[in-house]
Write a protein that binds this ligand. Structure first.
Ligand code: ATP
Ligand code: MG
Length: 248
């Protein structure tokens, strides 16, 4: 089960052991063993239905696993930002761009003027400073995604979970999102990002976690994964020949 209290300060950020999710008896997560270190950007790859989104949702507490455990590194959940998730289609409030970001600081009892000042500063960093008073819903898809990232960035999360945030963006909006993710990483945020864009995985990632049929088949550096994939599933996937939800 998710165990936010277990920690031994041994240099990992999160460690999953035998993690299972079996709604109605079907193994969507089929015993995930995975450890993520303190730093870097990990790309989560795998075919449709592999369980990537379910794994991300389980890590941020939206899904309760039915078995196994999650151990968190020291202080992850005590830090201000904790774990944040940004989805393919950002969830925005029907208010201004500025309020959509400032709302992140509400639980921290920071005065409204200070909340707005900090929100504006992070909006500048994602290139939306001049749009602060506009209705968030009127932003383009790429701008909405930058807004969602700004909302997460404001609280400096320890772990940022990204579920295909650029899936419906054009190349220049995608490049902007990648720049922001890199800067967040430089600011100390650990990133786990699901994508189907293999070019993006090589541009952004330090390492790759490859999932198939609810399991982690491979965890390797980006360079190793693409040049010498160890598992047959990963080889077929890179060649574009992995049959949907194939079991090995
Ligand atoms: N909340 C849920 N309850 C039960 N089953 C679910 C739930 N969410 C997803 N599933 C099922 O789990 C499997 C894995 O889904 P998931 O969305 O994690 O795949 P994915 O790897 O993210 O695929 P894609 O690349 O298409 O986004 C699918 O068969 C899906 O129908
Ligand atoms: Mg998904």
């Amino acid at each position: 089960m998710a165990d936010a209290g277990t920690m031994d300060g041994c240099g990992f950020l999160v460690r999953m052991r035998g993690l299972r999710y079996e709604p109605l008896g079907r193994a969507v997560l089929d015993g995930i063993d995975l450890e993520l270190g303190d730093e870097g950007i990990t790309m989560l790859l795998g075919p449709n239905g592999a369980g990537k989104s379910v794994l991300l949702r389980t890590l941020c507490g939206l899904i309760e696993p039915t078995g196994g455990r999650i151990d968190w590194g020291e202080g992850v959940w005590r830090e201000c930002g904790g774990v944040r998730m940004v989805f393919q289609h950002p969830m925005l409030l029907r208010t201004t761009v500025l309020e959509n970001v400032a709302v992140s600081l509400k639980p921290l009892r920071i005065r409204a003027a200070e909340r707005r000042r900090r929100a504006l500063a992070v909006l500048e960093r994602v290139g939306l400073g001049s749009r602060a008073q506009e209705a968030a819903m009127r932003l383009s898809g790429g701008e909405q995604q930058r807004l969602a990232l700004a909302r997460a960035w404001l609280v400096r999360p320890r772990l940022l979970l990204l579920d295909e945030p650029t899936a419906s963006l054009d190349p220049s909006a995608t490049a902007e999102v990648e720049r922001i993710v890199r800067e967040m990483r430089t600011d100390g945020t650990r990133v786990l990002m699901a994508t189907h864009n293999l070019g993006q995985a090589t541009r952004l990632g330090d390492d790759v976690v490859f999932m198939s049929a609810g399991r982690v088949c491979e965890h390797a550096s980006v360079q190793r994964f693409f040049s010498r994939p160890a598992s047959p599933q990963a080889r077929l996937f890179i060649q574009g020949e992995l049959p949907w939800r194939m079991s090995f």
